[in-house]
Design a protein around this ligand. Structure first.
Ligand SMILES: [Zn+2]
Length: 449
């Protein structure tokens, strides 16, 4: 694939990039349709234990095409006061809580209910390739002992898998932590010490308060923090991370892969998990459909998208011009925002994965990052039709301010990443490449996997 992007020096290797797609809780029929239409070329997926029952066919079909399937037990959500009654409640082990969140006692390796056996049998029955260890949000202010509990759980799950005929099933370890704690040298050392000799393949980092909308400084700190985890010697997956920030993490080689949903789960926040759930805040019900504008790396509502497209010079900036993605432009994008989001995501990651490792930073800065900064600058200069905006119930002043702020942020992002690139220098160490874990292992080729 090295002939796709021409570089005068193609001496460095091109390591694969792991691109996990979280199938998520809702809209799986849409994903099944996308897959059936050949528009969901995922080679690695994460399925929630709470939804697997409804996604069996899709998962079987993905597996048949050689995809790696990773199970999320959802126990982090099941232990959160705000979350345990949401979609996660459909996970088989939710019942152990008896209508309440799961507590540290439920993760006692010698307890009679044997949650690890339940998880191991479920994983075996559904033929998954790996299980995310049943870990928790270590920033939970109501219980500070989760990290210790989770380390024991990881070992207990290994034992249970081996006992229940799942010796071939791998474990990955999700470290779910406030993003600020990852930046803290002392706390990071604690994480490194605790994660040192647990039985797992890949470290997944779910940084709370962080995601595709992170600012330039926060992003830079995250990249540095991820590089600070390389001493573990494990491949690293940035979980719940999409957009330009996710691509930057890959381009800089600080992570081996990223994981996000299709147009969702591109950021993560657990800061209110210990509080009672707000009424009617279950899933995406009632939220306006959002559409990914690839050129500026932001999602907007249909009304906002149309307002921008109607402005002078706006259409070419916000319309998907990729015929293979949206054959009829704006109309197709609005008709099927998920298909568009999925296609754009796969395309951008595959393009990055085709670039030799040592050239990825420069390629990403000169290409995607510069382009987003330039287009965000152009979009903020659009002049909107007041009547059109009023009819769409959009406050022009507010909307323009958002676009101006975004443009500033993208300009600073480019600067911030360029600074980091210069300070790291060429040949900075990169995260360990990740292996594929499924029946077709070894048949894969370089590229986005
Ligand atoms: Zn499109």
């Amino acid at each position: 694939m090295q002939n796709v992007i021409q570089f005068p020096y193609v001496a460095s290797p091109t390591q694969p990039v792991a691109h996990y797609i979280r199938l998520g809780e809702s809209g799986y029929q849409k994903l099944a349709n996308l897959h059936a239409a050949g528009r969901l070329p995922a080679t690695r997926v994460v399925v929630d234990a709470s939804r697997l029952k409804h996604q069996k066919e899709l998962v079987a079909s993905l597996k048949a095409k050689g995809a790696e399937v990773v199970l999320d037990t959802k126990v982090a959500e099941l232990s959160g006061v705000e979350r345990f009654e949401g979609y996660a409640r459909h996970a088989p082990w939710a019942e152990l809580g008896g209508g309440k969140p799961l507590t540290p006692n439920h993760f006692d390796p010698v307890a009679a209910h044997d949650i690890f056996g339940m998880i191991a049998r479920f994983a075996g029955e559904h033929g998954v390739d790996a299980v995310l260890a049943p870990t928790h949000f270590v920033g939970d202010p109501t219980y500070t002992g989760w990290f210790k509990v989770d380390q024991a759980s990881c070992r207990a799950l290994r034992g249970a898998l081996d006992r229940e005929g799942g010796a071939h099933i791998a474990i990955d370890y999700p470290l779910i932590a406030p993003h600020t704690s990852l930046n803290d040298d002392a706390l990071r050392s604690e994480f490194l010490a605790g994660l040192g000799d647990l039985p797992y393949d890949n470290l997944w980092v779910r940084a709370s308060g962080f995601g595709n909308d992170a600012g330039p400084l926060t992003t830079k700190r995250f990249l540095v923090a991820m590089a600070g985890l390389h001493n573990l010697g494990k491949p690293i997956i940035a979980d719940y991370l999409g957009g330009l920030v996710g691509q930057a993490s890959l381009a800089f080689g600080v992570v081996s892969g990223i994981s996000h949903g299709v147009g969702e789960k591109e950021r993560f926040d657990a800061h209110s998990w210990h509080k009672p759930a707000a009424k009617n805040d279950n899933g995406s019900f009632g939220r306006a459909t959002r559409i990914f504008v690839a050129g500026i790396d932001r999602s907007v509502t249909i009304n906002e998208l149309e307002l921008m497209a109607n402005a002078k010079g706006g259409r070419r900036l916000v319309t998907c011009c990729d015929r293979a993605c949206c054959a009829h432009g704006l109309k197709d994008t609005i008709n099927d925002p998920r298909q568009h989001a999925a296609y754009q995501n796969f395309k951008m990651i595959a393009e990055l994965a085709a670039v030799p490792d040592q050239n990825r930073e420069q390629h990403f800065l000169n290409g995607r990052t510069s382009e987003v900064a330039r287009q965000a600058w152009q979009v903020k200069n659009l002049r909107f039709d007041i009547d059109d905006a009023a009819a769409r119930k959009i406050d022009v002043a507010q909307f323009t301010k958002r676009l101006v702020d975004h443009s500033k942020q993208m300009g600073k992002m480019l600067q911030s990443l360029e600074d980091l690139h210069e300070s790291r220098g060429r040949g900075a160490p990169r995260a360990r490449p990740i292996a594929m874990r499924h029946a077709n292992q070894g048949k894969g080729k370089a590229g986005s996997q």
